[in-house]
Design a protein around this ligand. Structure first.
Ligand SMILES: [Fe+2]
Ligand SMILES: [Fe+2]
Length: 216
């Protein structure tokens, strides 16, 4: 009788290599979405200034998704509970769809991602590791707060998108629904409410990111 192949549990080195692989794929743009891009109409706004504005907003969202990959990767690296790690990995897979959708849309709009991706990745990865090291409850609370802030940010972008950009709008609407689910998962798994100064620091970080990524 054949016995099933023995598989040893992943070591810290396996997780570190996984995190390095994730970083390279994210920054090289070597990411494919598991789900098709919401909305099949690829048309772009007619006026050049509307196209430029939509591209600026989508560059911000693409950079936000680079940050999301880094955060989840950093948190998963040091998560203690396997259920928490599994939730982070599952949410990270959906963030990969967001990343690919935003990148493709930027290309359709005739524009490029932010030059500062590696910088934002490194900062967000450090935030992710720090919140993970603080313990799973804080890590989950950090996740829930991040997603809540992203949802509010997406509401703002949905208002600012040019009328003629139905595809970007559909992408952001699907992202908002996914982020809402990620945030709920964080709360259901026992995420703690973060102290106000931490929430404010997170808001300041994302404000700098959104302002610079619109142009650079
Ligand atoms: Fe996302
Ligand atoms: Fe998310």
């Amino acid at each position: 009788m054949n016995s099933p192949p023995f598989r040893s549990p992943p070591t810290l080195l396996d997780h570190l290599l996984g995190a390095a692989d994730e970083a390279l794929r994210t920054l090289a743009g070597a990411v494919t979405a598991a789900r098709p891009t919401p909305a099949s109409d690829r048309s772009v706004p007619v006026s050049a200034s509307d196209r430029r504005h939509a591209a600026g907003l989508m560059r911000v969202n693409h950079t936000g998704e680079i940050c999301a990959q880094a955060l989840y990767s950093g948190q998963a690296l040091v998560a203690r509970d396997e259920r928490v790690r599994a939730a982070l990995v599952a949410a990270g897979a959906e963030e990969r769809d967001h990343l690919a959708w935003c990148r493709d849309r930027l290309e359709e709009l005739g524009d490029r991602p932010s030059y500062l991706g590696p910088f934002w990745y490194a900062g967000s990865f450090a935030f992710g590791v720090a919140s993970g090291l603080a313990g799973d409850r804080w890590s989950l609370g950090f996740l829930a707060e991040t997603e809540a802030q992203v949802e509010r940010h997406l509401d703002g972008h949905l208002e600012r998108l040019p009328e003629g950009d139905a595809r970007s709008r559909a992408i952001l609407e699907q992202m908002r629904a996914d982020e809402n689910r990620h945030g709920q998962a964080g709360r259901v798994l026992g995420g703690a409410e973060l102290p106000l100064p931490v929430k404010m620091a997170m808001r300041a970080f994302s404000r700098v990111m959104t302002r610079t990524a619109y142009r650079i």
